[in-house]
Structure formats: structure tokens, C-alpha cells
Design a protein around this ligand. Structure first.
Ligand code: IMP
Length: 422
């Protein structure tokens, strides 16, 4: 019953897509359990580069079932576009199953997302994909679930009702309103394509687990964007941590074996919110350029900074990480010395605990420790043994600081630039 979970341990963009692709070598089922098309998981296979937003990253492996679980918010029009894009490049999308319990994102959610960001005093810097408003509707118990894709008449009625409510709000705010029938036509076209993929994935997933199939849960975003554990309110609207896999997939915590945490050798963040180790100088720009740190979903330049061990240790603790996959080690190749944040100085007091308050984190000054760099190219390394001594020392210090062990190291975007550290 090997059920593993892979999650991000920072603010997303840790390289989860690539790791999932590597870990799915002998997996039977890959499951997305939260979020939506705010995610952008990049997978490079040979010369081909794919960015997945909703489709699980197991899609490039023949025969791997790809489940979009009940915990997601799914934009049906965007999902169809993504599937078509993959099909045009010869990828088989018949492996996809969409949970009948998943919530759907419609145009009005995206419009509400952008409207609320435009008018907000404290901007979150969302992806504008309608994630927050769709989860809000779920919790208010007025959301529309994917099961309705199989019932076009009921779907149309529900869609028109919700549009009417949202249009009143948009009109009152002096904003653009939804062209209901034009948008409904797009939704119904998507429904026709998706209906055969909609099923009760809770049963199919639990049957796979019972049959001893290998299952991998694919987290999106990262622990520091978790609605409970992240830098609230500068977070996404779902539980991104490993616990979310059980609720968002419909499986028991007893089924879980390993919990992989993907962790970048430095730190990045997109959107607003506190980021104690952020670099505003040339070293930050160097990380951005060398690491190609531009959003896979929105193209926004990512904020870059040193590895924050305080935040990462908190993330490893709440996730129960037992294996780390360190990505982008090669981005640090040219540095003479590398800083790591081992504590925060907040109002004169030093702490190694991650504060709950965004205001406190905003005020935190990083307490930095400096490690010598290795100043040589690691992108050709194919085993842990081939890494320079200082790179090994850096990895060992990361593992010690976050209280977890390193299972995989990655030194470049390709499948073959990943090796075991055990
Ligand atoms: P939302 O998920 O679109 O509501 O955005 C909320 C916050 O999460 C913003 O700061 C986004 O930039 C961030 N975010 C959402 N998805 C991702 C992701 O996949 N990677 C990195 N940041 C993300």
C-alpha cells in the first residue's frame, strides 16, 4: 500500500513538477489534491518543455492514472484548453479522471478575484485565476461541483443563477458584468469534453490503494502559502500541506507512507507578503537570472533570497517531511559564499520559531550564517559523490537546520540532472 505525498516546503515554485515526473517512474496513480490552475508545474523531457496547471504531472508516463481530486477548484474551460494543448503534442489525456466532488471555477470567480485585488488596501498579489472566490463559494455551500458537467441542463440553470447574483455585485461596483449566454456556451462545450472524465475518484483511488498500486499525491504551491500555516493573509486559499492530501483525495491518513518535501537551495516568492531573506541587490538578481525565476503561470519575476531555514523547518514540521528533494543547487554554483538564515531578530529578540503574524515576520531581520561556496559547475554531476565537498557541506547543513534527511538532489531542469543523495 505505498502511498506517498510530495509537497512544496517554501512559497511554491520549488520544482515539484520535475520531481513528480522523476518519482512517477514506477507509480500507478498521481493525484492532485488542492488548488487549481494557479499552479504551474514545469516538466522538461529531452528538448520538450511542458507547463502543467491542472493536469497531474504523471501524464507523461504511459498507463499512469492522473486524478484531479475533490479538493481542487477546477476551471473547466482552462482544463479543456490544457488537455487540448497536450493532445496536440501527442500526449494521451485519457488517463485523466476528474473528481465529481471537485468545485468549479467560472468566469465570475476570476472577475471577482481581479476586482477584489484591484480594490484592496492590502493586495495579496493573486494569480487572478479565481481561486479564492471559488473556495469561498465552496465554504458558503453555493459552489457548483464537477458532477454537474454530466448534467448540462442543471449546470446551465445553476450557472445562470450564480451569474445573476455576481452580476448584481459587479454592477453595484461599477465593474464589467458577465455576458451570461456567451460564457455558458463555453462552459457547456467544456462540459461535453470533460463529462466522460468525471467520476467518483474517491472510490477509484481507494480501490487502487487496496490493490496495492503505487500512489503519489502531488502538492501545489507550498507550505508557506497554506491557508492555516502560511504567511496569512498572503497565502492561497487551500491546505497545501501533506494533511490536505487526505481530505483533498478522500484517503485515510493511515494509508500514507513517505512524505517528500521539495525544497529549493535558496528561497523565492511571487506575489505580496513578508519574505525575511529577500535580496534587493545584485545577488538577488543573480539568483533570478541563473534560476530562471519567472512565474510559470503568470510570467511575473519571482522575488529571490537566501535559504530561510526557520521557515523551512516550520514547513517540514507541519508536513511531517521524512525525505527532502533539494532542487536548483546548481544556481548557487558561482557564489564565493552562501548565506543561510538560522534565526529572526524581531524587535530586538532573536528567535528560531516562525511567527504566526505577518506583521512580525515583516519586521523580522534575518540572522545569517555564511558557508563557503564551491565555485564550480555542478550541472554535469550524475551522483551525489560527484558533488564538490562544499556543496555536500551546504546540503548537510540544510538538512540539519530543517531536521530532515535529503533523499534527492537536482542540479538542472532535465530528468537526468537528478540523483539520489542516500
Ligand atoms: P492565488 O492562489 O491565486 O489566490 O494567489 C495567492 C498567493 O499565492 C499569491 O501570492 C500567489 O502569487 C501565490 N501562488 C499561488 N499559486 C502559486 C504557485 O503555484 N506558485 C507560487 N505562488 C503561488
Amino acid at each position: 500500500m505505498p502511498v506517498d505525498i510530495l509537497v512544496g516546503t517554501q512559497w511554491g515554485d520549488e520544482g515539484k513538477g520535475k520531481l513528480i515526473d522523476v518519482l512517477t517512474r514506477d507509480v500507478d496513480v498521481v493525484v492532485r489534491f488542492q488548488g487549481g490552475n494557479n499552479a504551474g508545474h514545469t516538466v522538461e523531457i529531452g528538448k520538450e518543455r511542458y507547463v502543467l496547471h491542472l493536469v497531474p504531472s504523471g501524464i507523461f508516463r504511459k498507463g499512469v492514472k492522473c486524478i484531479i481530486g475533490n479538493g481542487l477548484v477546477v476551471d473547466p474551460v482552462a482544463l479543456v484548453e490544457e488537455m487540448k494543448g497536450l493532445e496536440e503534442r501527442g500526449v494521451d489525456t485519457n488517463q485523466i479522471e476528474l473528481s465529481n466532488r471537485a468545485q468549479m471555477i467560472f468566469i465570475y470567480h476570476k472577475m471577482a478575484d481581479r476586482l477584489s485585488e484591484a480594490g484592496a488596501k492590502t493586495k495579496i498579489g493573486t494569480t487572478g485565476r479565481g481561486i479564492g472566490p471559488a473556495y469561498t463559494d465552496k465554504m458558503r455551500r453555493i459552489g457548483i461541483r464537477a458532477i454537474e458537467l454530466k448534467h448540462p441542463e442543471r449546470l446551465a440553470e445553476l450557472f445562470r443563477t450564480e451569474c445573476a447574483k455576481y452580476n448584481k455585485l459587479f454592477a453595484a461596483a461599477g465593474a464589467e458584468t458577465v455576458d451570461v449566454e456567451a460564457e455558458l456556451a463555453k462552459v457547456l462545450a467544456a462540459a461535453e469534453k470533460l463529462a466522460p472524465r468525471v467520476c467518483d475518484t474517491v472510490y477509484s483511488l481507494n480501490a487502487a490503494i487496496k490493490a496495492n498500486k503505487k500512489v503519489l499525491f502531488e502538492g501545489a504551491q507550498g507550505a508557506l502559502l497554506d491557508i492555516d500555516h502560511g504567511t496569512y493573509p498572503f497565502v492561497t486559499s487551500s491546505n497545501t500541506i501533506s494533511g490536505g492530501a487526505c481530505t483533498g483525495g478522500g484517503v485515510s491518513p493511515r494509508a500514507i507512507r513517505d512524505i517528500w518535501g521539495v525544497i529549493k537551495a535558496y528561497t523565492t516568492r511571487v506575489g505580496e507578503g513578508p519574505f525575511p531573506t529577500e535580496l534587493f541587490d545584485a545577488s538577488g538578481e543573480n539568483l533570478r537570472q541563473r534560476g530562471r525565476e519567472f512565474g510559470a503561470t503568470t510570467g511575473r519575476p519571482r522575488r529571490c533570497g537566501w535559504f530561510d531555514a526557520v521557515a523551512a523547518r516550520y514547513a517540514c514540521m507541519v508536513n511531517g517531511i521524512n525525505k527532502l528533494a533539494v532542487t536548483k543547487l546548481d544556481v548557487l554554483d558561482d557564489l564565493k559564499q552562501i548565506a543561510v538564515c538560522v534565526g529572526y531578530r524581531i524587535n530586538g529578540e532573536v528567535t528560531d520559531e516562525f511567527p504566526a503574524s505577518a506583521a512580525e515576520l515583516e519586521a523580522a531581520e534575518p540572522v545569517l550564517e555564511y558557508l563557503p561556496g564551491w565555485e564550480c559547475d555542478t550541472t554535469g554531476a550524475t551522483s551525489y559523490a560527484q558533488l564538490p565537498e562544499n556543496a555536500k557541506k551546504y546540503l548537510a547543513r540544510m538538512a540539519e537546520l530543517v531536521d530532515s534527511s535529503i533523499g534527492i538532489v537536482s542540479v538542472g531542469p532535465r530528468r537526468d540532472q537528478t540523483f539520489s543523495a542516500e
